[in-house]
Every structure is written in C-alpha cells, then in structure tokens.
Design a protein around this ligand. Structure first.
Ligand code: FAD
Length: 206
C-alpha cells in the first residue's frame, strides 16, 4: 500500500495492535511520546502517528512489513540532532537510540567495528580508546549523535579536511529496504555495481 501521512482511526488502531502483537521493542502511541518525538534540532515540528523503539533487526523488518500493510510512512531516528527536520515525519518514528545501541564486534588488527545504528559516537570512541583507536569525526553533537544518523547525514566535523567524513569510514551496511528485505551493502567497483543494477529486485534498482 502506498504510504499516507494520516491514517483513519480504525487503520491507526489496527497498526498499533499489529505492532504491539509482533514487536519485541517499545510501541508507544500516547500523545506524550508522540510529542517528545515531534521535534529534532530544527525549527520544525511534526507530530508522528506513533513511536517504535526496535530491539533487533527482526523488529525493524516487522515494522516495515506492518507499516507497508497499513500504509504508514516511517522516519528513522537516532539522537534527533539534525537541523533540517530530516529526523521527524508524520508517519511512524523508528527510534534506534533506545535499544539498538550496542557495539557488536571489535577487530583490533583489522581496525574495524560492527555496531548497531543507535550507538552514540562518544560511546563508541570511549570503547575504542583503550585500544589506541578512534573514529576521528568531531561533530559538536558527538555525545548524542548516533552512527545511523551520522551515516544518513554523512556527518563531518572541523577535522574532516584531514580525516574525511562518515562515508569514508563505512565498509558494510545491513539495510532493511522498503519491501522489508534485508540486504548487505558494500562498496562496489563499477563492474560489480553495473551487474547488481541489472537485478529487478529493490536492491538492484535502489
Ligand atoms: C549544535 C549542533 C551542532 C552540530 N554540529 C555538527 C557537525 O559539526 N558536523 C555535522 O556533520 N553535523 C552536525 N550537526 C548535525 C547533527 O548533529 C549530526 O549530523 C548528527 O550526526 C546526526 O546524528 P543523529 O543521531 O542525531 O541523527 P538524527 O538527527 O536522529 O537523524 C539524521 C538522519 O538520519 C536518519 N537516520 C537515523 N538513524 C537511521 C537509521 N538507523 N537508518 C536509516 N536512517 C537513519 C534520520 O531519518 C535522519 O534523516 C550538528 C547539530 C547541532 C544541533
């Protein structure tokens, strides 16, 4: 179903019930929670239909399936520190900062980490410091900014001329697409990209 900005009361109740029955994370449709998630660091305010804080990749897949079934749009949210309104929307707010904020793996030799998208930059760097490593992106919101939000914004800081921007540090992403398929995405050379673009699924076309 094509996402709509507003749902009629019956559809909204059905969406909420389906989410509550199928999601392990938090499902909050109370006015207070919707109000709390209606702003970011911009001048805008948009009250969402509801807020879900997923606990796992499977939760995210189910949210996408259920929002698609009921015709609700989704806006992902990390720390909500964006300044142009891109972290708010009229559909469902998918808040990664509450539960999906763990460091999953550190490979000291390979100088790579695997994290959930809601991990905060300062927390990641605190975990890396004992190993003499850091992610050298110095956003002034580093105590709140999450890796997911940084990737979506391609965040940078005053040292970006020397150290680069977020995109320069991303090797692989697990992405849940709009049709609820979950795909691994890596940097591709031109030939591999061309091959993949021949696929007629959503991964090939996006
Ligand atoms: C005072 C101030 C100073 C700032 N300084 C800087 C700076 O120096 N450099 C800089 O680059 N930016 C800066 N910013 C902007 C912002 O803080 C950063 O870009 C930050 O990285 C955003 O992270 P976030 O977790 O708050 O993302 P959010 O604001 O929550 O989200 C940002 C975008 O990412 C999307 N998103 C979030 N999580 C996911 C996910 N899991 N999957 C898919 N999409 C997702 C959201 O939908 C949104 O479009 C500043 C902002 C403020 C208010």
């Amino acid at each position: 179903m094509t996402p709509r900005d507003q749902l009629d009361p019956e559809a909204l109740t059905a969406l909420r019930r389906d989410l509550e029955d199928n999601i392990e994370g938090d499902v909050r449709f109370e006015r207070f929670f919707r109000g709390m998630h209606s702003t970011d660091a911009s001048v805008y305010q948009i009250i969402p239909l509801g807020v879900v804080a997923p606990r796992s990749r499977d939760d995210v897949v189910r949210v996408v399936e259920l929002c698609s079934k009921h015709g609700a749009s989704i806006t992902a949210r990390g720390g909500g520190t964006s300044q142009a309104g891109q972290a708010i929307g009229p559909g469902l707010q998918l808040d990664f900062s509450r539960h999906m904020n763990r460091l999953l793996d550190i490979d000291i030799e390979g100088r790579t980490v695997r994290v959930e998208p809601g991990m905060v930059l300062d927390e990641l760097n605190a975990r890396l410091k004992p190993h003499g490593l850091q992610l050298p992106l110095d956003l002034s919101t580093s105590s709140r900014a999450t890796i997911g939000g940084m990737i979506a914004n391609n965040s940078a800081g005053t040292r970006s001329i020397v150290y680069g921007k977020t995109i320069d540090y991303v090797e692989e992403l697990e992405v849940v697409l709009a049709d609820a398929t979950s795909v691994m995405m890596q940097v591709l050379d031109e030939d591999a990209r061309h091959e993949k673009s021949k696929r007629d699924d959503l991964e090939g076309t996006c």
